[in-house]
Each structure stands twice: as C-alpha cells, then as structure tokens.
Design a protein around this ligand. Structure first.
Ligand code: S6P
Ligand code: ZN
Length: 186
C-alpha cells in the first residue's frame, strides 16, 4: 500500500538538507587511514576534529525492487595536499549500481572496478549524472572551494561495505598541485 507521506520529500540543493531524513556525519577522526599523508592527518586532527561531510538518507521502503536516495555534502578542505573526500565503499550486494547527480560545487568521483582494479575519475558537477556500475568501489572528492553537494539513488538492498576498501584502499589519490586537481597512482 502506498503511503502518501513517502511519495514526496523536499531537499535543499544549497545545504544538502532533507527535512525529516536521517542525518549522519563524518568528522576527520572517522576517516583514519584514508588520507595519504599520515603526518598531515595527525596535525589536522591535533588541531581539532572538523566535520568533513554529512549525508541525509531517505528510505521509504525496503522491498526487493525499492530504491533509497541520499544527499551528501562534502565541505571544502584538504589534508596536506589531498582534498576532503568520502570514505568510499562497495555495495554489500555487489550487483547494485547507483546514479549520482551533482547539485552544487565541483568535484570528482573515483570509480574502481573491484575485479580488475581499473579506475576512472569522472567529474561530478551540477547538471551532470554519474553512473556507478555494480561491483565498483566509489569515492567522492571535493576539488572546489565551496561545499560539494550531490544526490545518489541506489537499490534499497545495496548496503555499504567499508571493510573491503579499508583492506585494499583505492589505487589513485587526487591532490592539489598549483591549485588544480592532479591524479596519482599509489
Ligand atoms: C550510498 C551512496 C552515498 C554515500 C555518501 C557517503 O550508496 O554512495 O550516499 O553513502 O556519498 O560516502 P560513504 O563512502 O561514507 O558512504
Ligand atoms: Zn554507494
């Protein structure tokens, strides 16, 4: 049975806030081990524990064909020369794909095929949509100087697998060189 209250949610594309949705936050201390420059990470943490990104998730129903969506907002900033970014994950249910739609700011999505290790960097900007195939690790990177806000739509049963990423990491990092993002294999 359709519940009319689940048919429409309103979001603010400037702040990434969805009224009535579940908010979660990641501060710098939640992102141990993901930034390349361990000294810069320790120094930034000693200086405080800034909020790096937050998400609002809408989960109307969780049947086999249902969808969730979430809006993520990554604040502008860097650890050393590496831009603020998400932890990154694979979907627990590997076949689950996802669409990301840019709402504000400018950034990149790092997509890495789990089987081959092949990786791609794709721009994430307003009016652009990025397709994340199944079995593809994905991380979002804010390369701009304002918040990066985006909307992701994914199967309700997708789930988040962070452990696989914690174990092998991503093979590419994106750093700021002369004010511009530059990708480097690590
Ligand atoms: C969910 C989707 C996003 C991320 C968000 C935060 O499948 O990909 O909503 O959860 O970008 O990233 P992470 O890696 O901390 O979950
Ligand atoms: Zn995802």
């Amino acid at each position: 049975m359709l519940n009319p209250a689940d048919l429409l949610t309103s979001f603010d594309p400037e702040t990434g806030v969805i009224d009535g949705a579940l908010r979660s936050e990641r501060c710098l201390s939640d992102l141990r081990g993901i930034f390349h420059d361990a000294d810069a990470y320790a120094a930034a943490l000693a200086d405080g524990d800034p909020l790096v990104y937050y998400t609002y998730a809408v989960e109307p129903a969780d049947g086999p064909g249902d969808l969730y969506y979430a809006i993520g907002t990554i604040l502008p900033g860097r650890i050393g020369d590496e831009y603020y970014m998400t932890k990154g994950h694979l979907h627990t249910w590997r076949p689950a794909a996802e669409f990301y739609i840019g709402l504000r700011g400018s950034g990149l999505m790092l997509l890495e095929d789990e089987a081959t290790g092949e990786s791609h960097l794709v721009p994430l900007e307003p009016n652009g949509a990025v397709y994340v195939p199944g079995s593809t690790a994905h991380r979002t990177i804010n390369t701009g100087d304002e918040p990066l806000t985006y909307l992701g739509i994914y199967p309700a049963r997708a789930g988040h697998d962070y452990a696989a990423i914690a174990e092998r990491g991503f093979s590419t990092i994106v750093t700021c060189v002369d004010g511009r993002p530059v990708a480097r294999r690590v």
